[in-house]
Design a protein around this ligand. Sequence first.
Ligand code: GTP
Ligand code: MG
Length: 310
Amino acid sequence: MTLVDDARNGDRRALGRLVSDVEDDTTTGRKTLAAVYQDGGAAWITGITGAPGAGKSTLVDLLIEHARASGPVAVVAIDPSSPFTGGAILGDRVRMQRHTDDDGVYIRSMANRGHLGGIAAATPRVVALLDGLGYSEILIETVGVGQAEVEVASSADTVVVVVNPGWGDSIQAAKAGLLEVGDVFVVNKADRPGAKQAVKELIGALEIGQARPWLPPVIETVATDGAGLAELWDAIGAHRSHLDESGEREQRRLVRVLAEVEAALRASLRQTATSSGALAPEILDRVLARQVDPWSVASEMVAGGLFETS
Ligand SMILES: Nc1nc2c(ncn2[C@@H]2O[C@H](COP(=O)(O)OP(=O)(O)OP(=O)(O)O)[C@@H](O)[C@H]2O)c(=O)[nH]1
Ligand SMILES: [Mg+2]
């Protein structure tokens, strides 16, 4: 596993190759993950999500500095809009450029690989790889507009939801399901009018419902001048302590492991079914003609030794 050794010794090209292999789910990628998985588990994973342009990348850029104090930092930026506009990722790179000389900071964009479902599936693998390679702080930036993005965000240990001042932003967050997944809320662009109102709205929305063991704090920030960043980092730290002390961290990780095993199982069943011809058009035609139902077909496929045919 010389590529792994090289990556651990700070070889960026080796690391880039490994990440690509894991992202593409190649045989080498699988072997690499299998080899480094046991070394992982120490990373703290923070997801940063929110509407397009909310200031996530600017915040991440500043969070890197705080996170860097505790060890090597990796950033995984997922941006579904980029394949179409091409602009946002370039912006991210430029914004985070100042960290490129620091060997302890690795920034990876996952936007250039087409459809979002694939990115969402690949993200946990890439995160597991970076964790196994020794990145103790992993930040995932994702645009919180759809289910897949929310899922990616909610696979983090701490989820930070970024909104902006202006009426209705917290309502949008509620609609996108972000109120439920957020552990820390940020009203960024607090230099604009309406920040106090947005904080009030959010606190109000978060306090509705049952008492929770962790009431998410709402932090005001101005990412462009760094105001509120120390408070944000402290809030992430407080959430981390809460998870550790309450035992919720283990619970969350168990949920995550279950989701990962299920996703892997689904992917490998599909792959086996496709390569063994079990998903042949003739079979689907039979289902279409209602000669057989989808559930019977599926259980026959599995019972008929689907696994052995590959
Ligand atoms: N006035 C003001 N502008 C900000 C603040 N934070 C970020 N911006 C600006 O908002 C714009 C978008 O910031 P980004 O950090 O790229 O936002 P993002 O959420 O990563 O955007 P996407 O990744 O494209 O969804 C940039 O022009 C930033 O300079 C802030 O606190 N105040
Ligand atoms: Mg961004």
